[in-house]
Design a protein. Structure first.
Length: 224
């Protein structure tokens, strides 16, 4: 379905459920939540960069390192979102898989063709998140979003045609709640209304013929 509408061509398989509030909230024209279960992501270069660059902090794509496109399997995706004014804002989305997991939040602007996204990549999520259910201790070890004991904070920013992937190496050794110190994701995002600026008033200056120059056009004043 995502490939058909031109939204995202790299996801295959799975079952999707979508709930949308057509009235939206504030400047958002629509709000809702997307659920997808048992799907694969094939050959996504940005996902490959996040996974392959988890131990480096410089922009991964800028190094022009050869990327091996992989297959990533996920059990579930939950993505609350807002849409409006050519923008989609993702609010604390969560991907879960036996080997990989991630959180994601931020904004994609389809008019400006730019993205500002971020979150935490969690490797071996099933084992990594085993302590999340323990009261208090689980939140300290796994973080407030229960991502896992160990994870790597990442950000995806820039033009959609060539986004840059950043990772924070210190976040990998900071367990749970302390990983928030090294967070790269935007703290809060919302749909921004686009207002048309007031039309500039014509600039007027006299010309040698006694007329005026208005926005580059000459006018002759006076009677014949």
């Amino acid at each position: 379905a995502f490939k058909l509408v031109g939204f995202y061509p790299n996801m295959v398989g799975g079952r999707m459920r979508l709930e949308v509030d057509l009235d939206g909230s504030g400047p958002a024209e629509k709000t809702g939540t997307l659920w997808v279960e048992n799907f694969k992501v094939l050959g996504d270069p940005v996902v490959s960069e996040v996974v392959g660059s988890a131990d480096e902090s410089m922009p991964a794509i800028a190094r022009k390192r050869r990327v091996v496109r992989q297959v990533f399997e996920f059990d579930s995706l939950r993505a609350p979102f807002s849409v409006g004014h050519g923008q989609i804002v993702v609010h604390d989305a969560a991907l879960h898989g036996a080997l990989l997991g991630a959180t994601l939040r931020g904004k994609a602007d389809f008019i400006r063709k730019s993205v500002d996204l971020g979150g935490t990549y969690v490797f071996l999520q099933g084992l990594n998140n085993a302590f999340a259910a323990i009261p208090l201790l689980g939140e300290i070890l796994s973080g407030p979003r229960k991502e896992g004991i160990f994870g790597t904070n990442y950000a995806i920013r820039g033009p959609m045609s060539r986004p840059q992937v950043y990772v924070h190496p210190l976040s990998t050794i900071a367990p749970g709640i302390f990983r928030e110190i090294f967070q790269l994701a935007p703290q809060s995002q919302s749909v921004s209304p686009r207002t048309r600026g007031a039309r500039a008033r014509p600039s007027k200056r006299p010309n040698k013929a006694g007329g005026q120059i208005i926005d580059g056009w000459g006018t002759q004043l006076g009677a014949d």
